[in-house]
Ligand binder design. Structure first.
Ligand code: ADP
Ligand code: NG1
Length: 434
């Protein structure tokens, strides 16, 4: 296909994997550690560097049209998350890092096997792959941590205010181990998963594109506002605070104490923008221009209590999960499963990022032998991840296939990657010709 598109053959190939987040949802952008692993599904890009400053992109999937540009001033339209814009995010991040103002010329053919908008990070895999492609064409070098940080920042050009989990695991993953990803400074530590259990991904078949709706950014802003209100309540310098983790760090208290402080400081009834302004003693204009993102300017209510409760409790569950993996007690799979199910309940009830199909799928997975099950990734659709005792895997897969997919006429098509067991895969790589 590369030959027929560009009349030449590729000089090298780059792959970057998607990921499944085992536990720690919607907390990376609050500064808290998460626990993902890379999946085998990835983005693969075949590349030919060219001397002209022209970028030509093609895709093996006809859903994604060809794109080409020679414009050195890389523009990314935040209102339309078209596929080539994710590539441009990665490219722009690297060019800016090195202060380059001429477009890096190349012909690229992209091939992806990660189901899109399903919580397995197809978007970040594409951004990371494009970043590593650009770095390789330029003949420059960066550490994996630097690459992850650059790509986390540059994916925000698409308009979503994400944390850094997806880009970090795409670069820092290693085969055979999940990772605890910590931020500021970015660090990945091995977490050995139980050998007697299997992690199974099931796709609800409901797609949700983060950049095309405001759901995701509303949550980021709710967490930001909750952090500011909590900081003000505790007489901290609230205007400098952006993330819930900063409040905890400034107070020097435990996550359990932060849950109690949240109960004292915030109320469960939703906050109107006017009430937020009264609490912070700022004007609506200041709220909009100095705190909120462009696509959350007209949000009528903010659920600050519920979002903060989710974040602090989820951050604690991640640490408990890691501790159980380290101590490996006899009932380890059951304990890990309980944490995963608690995480789903919190995502569903406090964070409101689930949907009826995900809830049904989680129930079905638990009914047929999963010790725990939860939505994974941003939510509002996409995939679940379940922990299943290895000896129950065949019956689990057969029963879930029948109860969720066949009964409801939902797709088992290979491209949907509907239901599969997965193991921790390796991170991004460049394949050069020998
Ligand atoms: P995810 O949760 O998978 O990261 P997003 O909704 O954030 O989902 O991003 C999905 C977008 O990524 C798609 O709409 C598309 O623009 C891009 N994308 C995903 N897979 C591919 C692919 N194989 N080729 C090109 N673009 C892709
Ligand atoms: P998805 O949509 O699953 O790739 C998003 C964010 C993550 C994280 C999760 C929720 C981006 C690129 N990704 O992941 O950083 O916040 O939601 O835990 O914004």
């Amino acid at each position: 296909m590369f030959k027929s598109k560009f009349g030449s053959i590729p000089k090298f190939y780059v792959r970057a994997p998607g990921r499944v987040n085992i536990i720690g949802e919607h907390i990376d952008y609050c500064g808290y550690s998460v626990l993902p692993m890379a999946v085998e599904q990835d983005m693969l890009i075949a590349v030919e560097p060219v001397k002209t400053h022209t970028l030509q992109l093609a895709n093996t999937n006809p859903l994604y049209p060809d794109f080409s540009t020679s414009d050195s001033n890389i523009q990314i339209d935040k209102t339309k998350p078209l596929w080539h814009n994710y590539f441009l995010c990665g490219l722009k991040g690297i060019q800016e890092h090195f202060g380059l103002n001429k477009l890096t010329g190349m012909n690229c053919l992209v091939d992806g096997t990660i189901p899109p908008s399903s919580g397995l990070s197809s978007s970040s895999a594409l951004v990371c792959c494009a970043g590593l492609v650009t770095l390789t064409v330029l003949g420059m070098h960066l550490s994996k941590v630097e690459l992850a940080e650059i790509c986390a920042k540059s994916e925000r050009y698409i308009g979503t205010e994400g944390g850094g989990m997806d880009q970090s695991i795409s670069f820092l993953a290693e085969e055979g181990t999940a990772k605890l990803i910590e931020f500021s400074p970015l660090k990945a530590t091995d977490v050995k998963l139980p050998s007697e259990a299997v992690f199974v991904i099931a796709n609800s078949c409901m797609e949700m594109n983060k950049a095309a709706t405001s759901h995701f950014n509303i949550r980021v802003m709710e967490c930001r506002l909750a952090a500011k209100l909590l900081a003000k309540y505790k007489s901290l310098q609230w205007d400098k605070v952006l993330r819930l983790e900063e409040v905890q760090a400034n107070l020097g208290v435990s996550l359990e104490e932060m849950l109690l402080i949240t109960e004292d400081a915030l109320h469960p009834e939703p906050y109107s923008p006017e009430e937020v302004c009264r609490c912070l003693e700022i004007s609506l204009q200041e709220l909009r221009t100095q705190i909120l993102s462009p696509n959350t300017q007209d949000v009528p209510i903010f659920k600050l209590y519920q979002r903060a409760k989710h974040v602090y409790s989820e951050a604690a569950r991640v640490l408990q999960f890691k501790k159980i993996c380290e101590e490996a007690p006899d009932n380890m799979v059951q304990l890990l499963g309980e944490l995963m199910t608690q995480s789903h309940v919190s995502c569903r009830d406090m964070y409101e990022c689930s949907c009826p199909e995900l809830d049904q799928l989680v129930d079905i997975c638990r009914k047929f032998g999963a010790q725990g099950s939860r939505l994974t990734g941003a939510g509002w659709g996409g995939c679940t991840v379940s922990i299943v005792p290895a000896d129950k895997l065949p019956s689990f897969l057969a029963n879930v296939r029948e109860a969720y997919y066949q009964k409801n006429n939902r797709s088992l098509a290979p491209e949907k990657q509907s239901l599969f067991a997965t193991k921790p895969g390796g991170g991004a790589l460049v394949f050069l010709e020998a």
